[in-house]
Design a protein around this ligand. Sequence first.
Ligand code: GLN
Length: 241
Amino acid sequence: MELKICHLYPDVLNLYGDRGNILCLQKRLEWRGIECRVEYVKLGEKSDLTGYDLFFIGGGQDFDQEILLEDLRIKKGPEIRAALEDGRTFLCICGGYQMMGHYYETADGEKCEFLGAIDFCTVGGKKRMIGNYAFRLGDESGGSTVVGFENHSGRTRLGSGVRPLGKVLKGYGNNGKDKTEGVRYRNAFCTYSHGPVLPKNPAFADTLLETALRRKYGACTLEPLLDQFENLAHDSVLKKI
Ligand code: GLN
C-alpha cells in the first residue's frame, strides 16, 4: 500500500511549523510499513493534482493569502475543487482552511475572493483570537479530543448545511461565539489548529490516514502505535488549558 501526499503552497502557507503535520503523517505510515510519497506544489507551479490521495494546506498571514489569489484563480483552484468533490482527503489549517470558503475579508477590509468550495465565509476582526485551545471532533471524524494552538483574526461563519469539524471545549474556534471549530466537508478536515496539530493528536492523525486509505483501498483499520510520547504531549496541553 502507498499514499501520495501533496503539500500545497509550502512556500507561502507554513505558519507555526504546520509542515510538521506532513512529517507526522509520513512517519505514522512508515511505522506501519506503508509507503508514503510527498510532493510539493508551490505558488505559480501548475501541476496535475489528480494523482494525490491526501492534500495538506498550512496557515498564512493576511498578506500571504492575498498573494495566493491569482494562482488559485488561474492555476490550482479548479483542480483543488475537483479533488475535494472527488472525496480526496484534505487537511487545511487556518489560512489554508479559510481559502476553501467563499471569501476572507481581512480586518483592514481587503476582500480575498477564495475558492467557494465549501459554504462558509470569514471576516477578520481587530482582536486576534490567540491561545492554546481544545475541541472535540464530531463522531464522523472519530470523536477524539484535539488540543492545539490558534492565532487568527478571521471569524468564520458556516453555511446552514455545513458541519463543523468539532465542538469547542476551551478557546475560540471558528468565531469565539457559536462554539464550532473548523469544518468537515466530504473528506476535508479544516481547522484553526496550528502547532503542528497532528503530532500531539495521534487519533486525529490516524483518522486522516484511514480516510485516505479507505478511499483508495476499501476497508482499512490501522494497527495501533505505542504513542506514549504523543499522548504525554497531548495531555500536557490539556492540563495547561
Ligand atoms: N491571516 C488569517 C487570519 O488572521 C489566517 C491566520 C493563520 O493562518 N494563522 O485569520
